[in-house]
Design a protein around this ligand. Sequence first.
Ligand SMILES: *Cc1c(COP(=O)(O)O)cnc(C)c1O
Length: 404
Amino acid sequence: MRNALSTRLDAELRRIRAADLYRVRRVIDGNHGADIVVDGRRCINFCSNDYLGLAGDPRLAVAAKRALDHAGVGSGGSALISGYNAEHRALEEALADFTGRPRALLFSSGWAANLGVLRGLLRCGDAIVADELNHASLIDGGRLSGADYRRVPHRNLAAYEATLGDLAAAPGGTLSLIVSDSLFSMDGDIAELPALRRLGRRFGAPLMIDDAHGFGVLGEHGRGAVEMSSDSIPDIYVATLGKAIGAAGAFVAGDEDLIEYLVQRARSWIFSTAPPPAVAAAAHAGLRIAREEPGHRQRLHANIRQFVDGARRCGLPLGQQAGEMSSTAIQPLLTGDEARTLAMSRGLFERGYWVAAIRPPTVPRGTSRLRITLSAAHRPAQIDGLLNALGEVWEALGSESEPA
Ligand SMILES: *Cc1c(COP(=O)(O)O)cnc(C)c1O
């Protein structure tokens, strides 16, 4: 029986397939890490957000097991009703302490945190001034809030200034919130946080930063994007615990009123079961390691340098959409073409290297890319091996995208 839904699904799936945009999941067996078993094949993982190599660290598992023995699995309710466990509270306190903010509020995911914050804080008549390459959860949260969503060209400070000036001149004294990723997830570049902060002060616009890829990684102590400059502390700081910290979940850090308001109004937090206490315990252990063992960050940075230097020597055109090189763990190799990106990713997988092909809608049309991510867990020989394999597949497939 055909109905409107099945007709639509069939047409859309055909269209997605024909455009080389069809996506499939690969199955991991065992630990996440630099060495990984994917679809039954052992390979080296260069497409993970596990930047410090903590996802498979046995100490996180030990912390989770201890909490499982003490608290069981389910939290039993939303945090406001009956699900708020001592493990959650201890983690929130540690996160507030580490970020140097008065309070932190734990969410079950970064997606939920961004939706809860934007939908909770903003209303019709308010405005969001946001980088065009912000994460999808910030875009959806912004839409859900009903605020006027103003997309600003990527890291374009003049455009921020013009948009904020425009909004400030409008009658009625609305709230304008500047919203940006700190470290952009598909390009690896970093927002101009001190400049955004200064613009915000000038126009009375608070700043919200999503530090999903910076937390645990950036700054000498791993405190993230805010550690890079004393003038970049945002009013609203969001970071996740499923990337460098190696567990799952996310948090919002800020002052007392912000957190108390979110407890009253963030719907994705209020109407959602609190995460299992064991997950909070694992994140707490990951945070402790990220904080106390700078060696992981140092190894990550050495690995990034080795990769970037090697890619330069091989003539691989690494670089962002903006045309700059990335100095972070996220290294894009733009091919621009969906089919070619897929073929390169397949070629790498055949050689034992797992690198994801990133295509629209994750990135804008015409900017498909291999997104290579480095981890503290990679060994130098693995990075050299990847460079060789990349050189081979680029020669075979990628260089067609070079302008003649
Ligand atoms: C991964 C990510 C999120 C979502 O976090 P989850 O905990 O995976 O839901 C939000 N923002 C950015 C920038 C991200 O990269």
